[in-house]
Ligand binder design. Structure first.
Ligand SMILES: [Zn+2]
Length: 253
């Protein structure tokens, strides 16, 4: 079986046929799915979805693009969600300087507050980092994620990956690995030991080849597994087995 460690089942594009999406995932051996919140509203919806399907789990958190106009009591609201047994991590949280870097301090503050929250609840974190790898590393060195963490859709260099591994982070890869212009990512995948790798779709975004242009779904995880097997020159069964073990261990699912 496979595990999709990062999906957005709360997305409106799944509203019509979510039952079918979860069922089709199972038919493709993607038996567990972690659906990731990125603000309060999506976090609530993801927990609701996790409660509806026994094989779906949720992460709750505020993504760095959503730190403006954040409610003062957002941590308390996240705390109520974190008491739910189906919530397996705090995420996605982190830093994103791609679209704006005029609010770096606010992004950092919200990131740190949520690392502390994860530590308090004895849960791992799921990190989003875009054009902000150095600052992300600096924060994680100072504010350790005591129960581990995952760098999702990792786009950093091999050197950066080594630094995050020292902090006992794992990495998840998705559709980008199947794109033709993904040379840097391939090099990183090659260098990171398979014991540190998990599979994700980030659906409905980032659809892997040969389905680019369609809505992405958890059922496409095997295409990513196949690509990783090719890069690392190992059998797809091995990728399946080890990445699933890795996910089970970090998220306790
Ligand atoms: Zn995401």
């Amino acid at each position: 079986m496979f595990i999709d460690v990062h999906a957005h089942l709360d997305n409106v594009r799944f509203d019509e046929d979510l039952d079918m999406v979860v069922k089709n995932a199972k038919l493709s051996k993607v038996e567990k799915i972690i659906t990731a919140g990125y603000d309060l509203k999506s976090s609530f919806k993801d927990v609701e979805i996790a409660n509806r399907f026994e094989n779906v789990f949720a992460t709750v958190g505020v993504h760095p693009e959503n730190v403006e106009d954040l409610e003062n009591d957002y941590l308390e609201k996240l705390e109520t969600l974190l008491k739910n047994k189906k919530v397996v991590a705090v995420g996605e949280i982190g830093l994103d300087y791609h679209f704006r870097c005029d609010n770096k301090e606010l992004q950092k503050k919200v990131f740190v507050e949520q690392i502390d929250l994860a530590n308090h609840f004895k849960l791992p974190i799921v990190v989003h980092s875009r054009d902000a790898m150095g600052d992300t590393l600096e924060i994680l060195k100072k504010h350790r994620a005591e129960f581990g963490g995952l760098m999702h859709c990792f786009s950093g260099s091999v050197e950066m990956a080594r630094e995050f591994m020292k902090l006992s982070f794992s990495f998840s890869f998705g559709g980008v690995t199947t794109f033709k212009n993904a040379k840097n990512v391939l090099k990183t995948v090659e260098e990171i030991p398979i014991e540190k790798i998990m599979l994700e779709t980030d659906c409905p975004y980032m659809t892997p080849e040969p389905h680019r242009g369609e809505r992405n779904e958890p059922k496409f995880v095997p295409f990513i597994a196949e690509k990783i097997a090719n890069i690392k020159n190992i059998k797809i069964d091995e990728v399946e087995k080890i990445t699933t073990q890795n996910a089970k261990k970090l998220f306790k699912i």
